[in-house]
Design a protein around this ligand. Structure first.
Ligand code: AOS
Ligand code: ZN
Ligand code: ZN
Length: 406
């Protein structure tokens, strides 16, 4: 029997000309990759809090990720970070993941924790350190081939703290050299996702500071190089959905690192601080999915939705469940935008009607819809409640404290 709230929702949407079956189908296709590091202990420079039950190794991280996917149906892949998730045999990690119903997603080279990288990795003025960093990039491409991952996602902490500390233009050239070498190592079906960030840990200049620099680098490298938008990596007030629309139109939007920010790169649970921004990002993407240009439409299909969060004070698994559900909620709302209504208002230059057409989709309560979708997929209607009622937290308590950090 259909739930009353759902019947009402369906009627309401039907009256607006929204095809609810199409909405449900799109929702069933939504996949969000969770980051292995979000299951480990993390913190700020002030303190890393150790939580009980945190995975002790990459294999246990996969087990926790599998719980998130089993309860939500939303998170079938897990991003790994090398060397945090270094193992002797990646095919073992791969089959462990596959046995749990998961796949290994993007491989993230870590070029910021070795002492050698204090003054830069691929942009270091010391050619030996640049070689070491480039070799790590190449090693990560090989790991991706073993794990069956199609994306290698790159974020560089490289930058300087003071004017004059580094030669900005030389460093730009070194960055390009290293990325070119890595690009050549990719199989034709692999992608390099280039992430940017305005500052931190470097506070004066960062070598890849914004989407324009990442995009320019991608253009120089070739079509397999695309831009990764981490929602926490912009200066306050940046219009992220504009950047998204722009990159999508240029066919270079590779993926996202979703998280929330209030001040800087806070890596908080996505959708907690500014859900409307997330909704507007999806609004742009869904508009792109109806473009007459096949290239843009297929670009939309290839966008990698990933989380990049560190759960410093909250329980990791429920935090991940909350996160993927928050993304699903805003995606569902964006699916309710009547694009014809928006287009008509735009045509009439009716500013208020256009804004209204977008915002009203955000204002619907999609809870009955999401319950129905989960029920149809045989998932718990409330995955968070299902987790809290499960014995999993008690089971993993046996791991004790002092598990993997980041
Ligand atoms: C760092 O600020 C970036 O968001 C990266 O994506 C980073 O690799 C990730 O946060 C794991 O540390
Ligand atoms: Zn990121
Ligand atoms: Zn970040």
């Amino acid at each position: 029997m259909k739930d009353k709230a759902y019947v009402l929702f369906e009627e309401q949407q039907l009256a607006r000309g929204i095809d609810v079956n199409h909405v449900k189908q799109k929702l069933a296709e939504l996949k969000i990759e969770t980051p292995s590091w979000g299951y480990g202990d993390s913190g700020t420079r002030f303190k890393v809090f150790q939580k009980e039950g945190v995975p002790r190794n990459p294999f246990e991280k996969m087990e926790d990720a599998a719980v998130v996917h089993r309860l939500t149906g939303l998170a079938p892949t897990v991003a790994i970070h090398i060397p945090w998730d270094q193992v002797d045999d990646y095919s073992k990690l791969r089959s462990h993941a596959e046995n749990l119903g998961l796949r290994i997603g993007a491989v993230n080279p870590n070029l910021f924790q070795a002492d050698e990288y204090m003054l830069g990795s691929v942009t270091n003025s010391d050619s030996k350190i640049r070689r070491m960093a480039t070799d790590h990039l190449l090693a990560c491409v090989d790991i991706a081939k073993e794990t069956g991952s199609k994306d290698v996602s790159l974020w560089f902490a490289d930058g300087t703290n003071y004017p004059g500390q580094g030669d900005i233009r030389k460093r730009k050239g070194w960055m390009q050299e290293a990325l070119q070498e890595m690009y050549r190592a990719l199989d034709p079906d692999m992608r390099m996702l280039i992430e940017y960030k305005c500052f931190e840990p470097a506070f004066y200049h960062t070598d890849l500071a914004d989407w324009g620099m990442a995009y320019n680098m991608a253009l120089k490298l070739g079509e397999q190089a695309q831009v990764l938008v981490d929602t926490g990596h912009h200066l306050p007030g940046a219009n992220i959905e504009h950047i998204v629309a722009y990159l999508l139109d240029e066919k270079r939007l590779g993926g996202f690192h979703f998280n929330s920010r209030k001040y800087a790169d806070d890596d908080l649970i996505v959708g907690t601080v500014n859900p409307y921004e997330l909704f507007l990002i999806f609004y742009q993407i869904l508009q792109g999915s109806m473009d007459e240009d096949e290239g843009i439409r297929s670009g939309v299909d290839k966008i990698a939705y990933m989380l990049d969060q560190s759960h410093n004070i909250e329980q990791k698994i429920p935090a991940m469940i909350r996160s993927v559900l928050n993304v699903q909620t805003q995606y569902a709302k964006a699916l309710l935008v009547d694009h014809e209504e928006v287009a008509a208002a735009q045509k009439n230059n009716d500013v208020l009607a256009a804004e209204h057409a977008v915002r009203r989709a955000f204002e619907f309560d999609v809870t009955p819809l999401l319950h129905a979708v989960r029920e149809e997929q045989g998932l718990p209607v409330d995955p968070m409640e299902a987790y809290l009622n499960s014995r999993y937290t008690a089971e993993i308590a046996g791991r004790g404290k002092g598990g993997a950090s980041w």
